[in-house]
Write a protein that binds this ligand. Structure first.
Ligand SMILES: [Zn+2]
Length: 171
């Protein structure tokens, strides 16, 4: 059974197995020392959901996630039987603000057609693609999708086939 309570320092909602009651832990949100209250104590709520982890896990309910659609739960291990109490909580791998910044980036798509890169007989297609990759940063590219298309050539009045690339990236 989990006992749910709010950190007395930063009000972060925390859920921890009732077996950890009375244990001093470091709040994963504000790093202040807090003591896990006994189930039924003032300010706690019982969690009846059977899907929650049952042994020694503290999972803060992310204040960003609870207001947004994307719900990211941090699972922090609390080895309740081990000493010393100072290191009971493993730090989350990423600070919350950094994680939020990364998620601020949204998927975008840029399509570069070869025909749009041709100027007076000179083909700047490769150059344009390379420039674009440099601009958005290689690490933000998700996928390159080759595209084929046909267009009406005004000079010859013929339907010509050409190619380009669709770049999916985070920006
Ligand atoms: Zn706190």
């Amino acid at each position: 059974m989990d006992v749910i309570f709010n950190c007395p320092h930063c009000d972060q909602e925390l859920a921890v197995d009732a077996a950890g009651a009375g244990t001093e832990i470091e709040c994963p949100s504000c790093s202040e020392k807090i003591v896990i209250p006994a189930p039924g104590a003032t300010g706690t709520r019982k969690e009846s959901s059977p899907s929650l982890p049952t042994s020694g896990e503290v999972h803060p309910i992310n204040p960003i996630a609870s207001s947004a659609a994307a719900k990211v739960e941090l699972h922090l291990k609390v080895p309740v039987r081990k000493e010393p109490t100072e290191s009971l909580i493993e730090k989350p791998p990423k600070p919350l603000d950094a994680a939020a910044k990364e998620s601020d980036r949204v998927l975008k798509v840029k399509t570069i057609r070869r025909i749009d890169c041709v100027e007076v007989g000179h083909d700047h297609y490769d150059e344009q693609v390379a420039k674009f990759i440099q601009k958005i940063g290689e690490e933000h590219i998700v996928e390159f999708i080759p595209v084929n298309y046909s267009y009406l050539d005004i000079g010859t009045q013929k339907q010509l086939n050409d190619f380009g690339v669709m770049i999916v990236y985070k920006g």
